[in-house]
Design a protein around this ligand. Structure first.
Ligand code: TYC
Length: 104
């Protein structure tokens, strides 16, 4: 085909791959408080963070004993959505549960 040079496309593709930076990642953390029930925290870890029951219990107990615990590591939009979902669920159920995100 006139004017079609397949080797040119390959060079362009390689350049694109090199320029694409990996997205920034954020840790999503749960904070302890004296009022939220352990069952509710386990429920949040299962439903919002997709943790199996045994891991959800382990994370909940870690937060209860140490004050803070890691729920997962996500890109910014996903981390923001998880934090908002936790706060919405907590508010609807009258718990003061707090969730924060921080740069990896
Ligand atoms: N400390 C709470 C209690 O004794 C349980 C709890 C665990 C609350 C983890 C919040 O992120 C939390 N009922």
């Amino acid at each position: 085909m006139a004017g079609y040079e397949p080797w040119y496309e390959e060079i362009e593709e390689t350049k694109t791959e090199k320029k694409t930076k990996p997205p920034r990642l954020y840790r999503v953390l749960l904070l302890n408080d004296d009022y939220t029930t352990m069952d509710f925290v386990v429920y949040v870890l299962e439903t919002v963070f997709n943790k199996p029951r045994d891991e959800a219990v382990r994370i909940m107990l870690h937060v209860h004993q140490r004050g803070v615990g890691l729920c997962g590591i996500y890109t910014r939009e996903i981390a923001e959505t998880k934090v908002n979902t936790v706060h919405e669920l907590a508010r609807k159920n009258n718990y003061p549960l707090k969730c924060i995100m921080e740069r990896e």
